[in-house]
Design a protein around this ligand. Structure first.
Ligand code: MSP
Length: 529
């Protein structure tokens, strides 16, 4: 029996450009949650996908001499290949050009139309194609020549003058939203994002144009086919499509997974997720996702981490240099999720060498090599006399507390807190090995039992560390479990039960192998070529 469902999403990424460090960041975070909650006995739904409509995509396609559909089709592989390279285990990949998404969008907006939440009116105002966002004139900035520019991306904005649009009565939801935020303090996290949104909504809301009639790259509104759905009023609904909304064959799946636990998004798109989205759901009479988590930005400014520009480094460059696990681990452990984080090559090498090479990888090599040397590559049998050392030892104390600390951290997506808890155990095993000095114990017949206990404890701690490292560094954890002859670490569905001390069977073959994380020399890494 599982604990139930655990459902969450990444943003539905625009296909105007290939995935980059920023989009990979959210996706890695979501995968870390997916892997952990599966091991923690939940049925996980992890929705991601591609936002293929809108003016921005249509323009990029035209620039490349393709139809929008051709362009979108040509970009899908760049995303799915990157997610595969990063070992991302999404359960649903929604393309907004899919038939399923058409059904969702048409059903949802028809419903709101029927309920009287939509009206037709002419739109006077400004639109930024890059942000796919409407702006009031008072929100705009001006460039040096006095022309209006977008307050977010600083690009020129377009004047939409008298365009007939369908509007959603968003303004009616100001009070309901404020009450909802009040009653559900966990809806917007972290706290800073929440304050921004509450103050934004307190200033009043304008009705939202949800259709465009001046171009046709979008999903037609069922009650007025001359209009296509505004790209955000389309893409947000992909979250529903991902778990089977509007699909009669997936009704049970939808009901089991909605409302979701999390939407993981960058802080630049929290307004869409914390204002427009819950208002849409309220209008539809649907429950609202538990938490929208707006993470910070990765900043590379001032660093020489690029081929030409500071932020041009790709996920593939990272993987090539550091390996996929170190890439995932660094971004999750070193950048506090929810805050902006400066990333640098120097810091990455430092974290890699300190935590992964010296602490985790080295521990595995040392202890596995000693197992080979002193016990013919078998997990030693601990004699009765030595039991106290097994039952009460400093490693076991830390390991016994690990689940609670780690689970608390993971449930609020405090990835740094979770990795620190695991590293604490790994560091302690290293110092335990130093203190116990198995190489001295090996010298005398009398201390053979103690030697066995020390090696057993160290191996057992490694088994537990690999379990908790698995969501962050999946390949190496799988490899450690394989070398311990334990089978597939991702077959574990009860991580708490699996981490109970003493489960490592004596006699199991322990395989030595290549270092998990060979040390890196910062001087030898060159991203400039
Ligand atoms: N299509 C919309 C999302 C629709 S969701 C219903 C969109 N797509 S996007 O491709 O632009 O995705 C951007 C995501 O990547 C955002 O969550 C954004 O915050 C994130 N990032 C872009 N650059 C980033 C960094 N430098 N650092 C961290 N995340 C950043 O918006």
């Amino acid at each position: 029996m599982s604990k139930g469902t655990y459902s969450f999403t990444t943003p539905i990424y625009y296909v105007n450009a290939a995935p980059h460090l920023g989009t990979a960041y959210t996706t890695i975070a979501a995968d870390t949650v997916a892997r952990y909650q599966r091991m923690n006995d939940y049925d996980v739904s992890f929705v991601t996908g591609l936002d293929e409509h809108g003016q921005k995509v249509a323009e990029v396609a035209a620039d490349h001499g393709m139809t929008p559909q051709e362009w979108c089709d040509s970009m899908v592989g760049a995303f799915t290949d990157t997610w595969e390279m990063l070992n991302i285990t999404y359960t649903s990949f929604v393309r907004t050009t899919s038939a399923a998404q058409h059904r969702t969008v048409q059903k949802f907006w028809q419903d709101l139309y029927d309920k009287g939440y939509l009206y037709k009116s002419s739109y006077e105002g400004w639109y930024c194609v890059h942000e796919e966002t409407y702006y009031a004139e008072s929100d705009l900035l001006r460039d040096e020549d006095g022309n209006f520019i977008c307050p977010d991306c600083k690009r020129p904005v377009q004047r939409a003058s008298g365009e007939e649009n369908w509007f959603f009565k968003l303004s009616e939801f100001q009070q309901p939203l404020l009450e909802f935020y009040e009653k559900n303090p966990e809806f917007i996290r972290p706290e800073t994002r929440r304050n921004e949104i509450v103050s934004f909504v307190s200033r009043g809301l304008q009705d939202l144009s949800i259709s465009r009639s001046t171009f046709d790259w979008g999903i037609p509104l069922p009650f007025d086919e001359g209009h296509v759905c505004y790209v955000w009023a389309d893409a947000l609904l992909a979250y529903l499509t991902g778990i089977g909304y509007a699909d009669p064959n997936r009704e049970a799946e939808f009901n089991a997974n909605w409302p979701m636990q999390y939407h993981f998004v960058g802080k630049d798109i929290t307004r869409f997720h914390c204002v427009i989205w819950p208002a849409m759901l309220m209008a539809a009479g649907m429950p609202i996702t538990h938490t929208v988590f707006g993470h910070g930005f990765l900043l590379t400014k001032g660093e020489k981490m690029s081929k030409s520009k500071g932020n041009a480094l790709s996920p593939a460059d990272m993987v090539k240099t550091f390996g996929v696990d170190a890439y995932r681990y660094y971004f999750m452990s070193d950048v506090q999720f929810g805050h902006d984080g400066s990333i640098s090559l120097e810091r990455m090498v430092q974290v890699y060498n300190n935590e992964l090479a010296n602490t985790w990888g080295n521990l595995v090599s040392r202890v596995f090599n000693m197992t080979k040397k002193y016990f013919d590559s078998c997990v030693p049998v601990v004699m009765d006399d030595d039991k106290p050392l097994v039952e009460a030892n400093p490693l076991r104390e830390i390991a016994d507390e690990l689940y609670a600390t780690y689970d608390d951290a993971m449930s609020i997506v405090d990835f740094s807190g979770a990795t620190q808890a695991v590293m604490k155990l790994a560091s302690r095993v290293n110092s335990y090995v130093e203190e116990q000095a198995p190489w001295n114990l090996a010298k005398s017949e009398e201390t053979q039992g103690q030697l066995a206990a020390v090696i057993y404890n160290a191996l057992e701690a490694i088994r537990v560390i690999a379990l908790y490292m698995a969501p962050f560094a999946p390949q190496t954890s799988a490899e450690v479990w394989r070398r311990l002859s334990l089978g597939d670490v991702f077959a574990v569905t009860d991580i708490q039960g699996a981490s109970v001390w003493g489960a490592l069977p004596a006699g199991h073959h322990v395989e030595t192998g290549d270092p998990l994380f060979p040390r890196l020399d910062v001087e030898a890494i060159d991203f400039e070529e």
